[in-house]
Write a protein of this length. Structure first.
Length: 123
């Protein structure tokens, strides 16, 4: 085994001291391998955390879209009583409220149309 000597200067109380450290190549390789393993594990854990956070954020951003889309499908099938419930205190909530208002208006128009059709058929 080859022994290597490393030196460094340290400043203590305005005096420089030289510190020498002797290490074998085997020890250096073990330390390097250990550091590499720790860095790899740290990178892996960081990637997993980023993926989890990314999916949480994406789900939080897309859930109002999914609820609005479900509401639109219900309205297109004339299921006007199934309202869109979104509590985000932003534009999505405003859009859902307006879509619910629109559904109520469509429901009233649908009722008027059915009544008109009954009257026409009785004539």
């Amino acid at each position: 085994m080859i022994e290597r000597i490393y030196t460094s200067k340290i400043l203590i109380d305005n005096k420089y001291y030289t510190v020498a450290t002797a290490m074998y190549d085997k020890d250096i390789l073990q330390i390097t391998h250990r550091i590499t393993s720790y860095v790899f594990i740290l990178i892996l854990v960081t990637c997993i955390i980023i993926i989890i956070l990314f999916s949480i954020v994406v789900n939080k951003l897309t859930s109002p879209f999914k609820l609005i889309l479900k509401g639109v499908r219900n309205f297109s099938q004339k299921k006007y009583d199934q309202t869109i419930q979104i509590d985000t205190k932003d534009e999505f909530q405003y859009l859902a409220q307006e879509m619910n208002n629109m559904a109520q208006t469509l429901k009233q128009l649908d009722i008027k149309e059915k009544n008109s059709m009954k009257i026409i058929h009785t004539i």
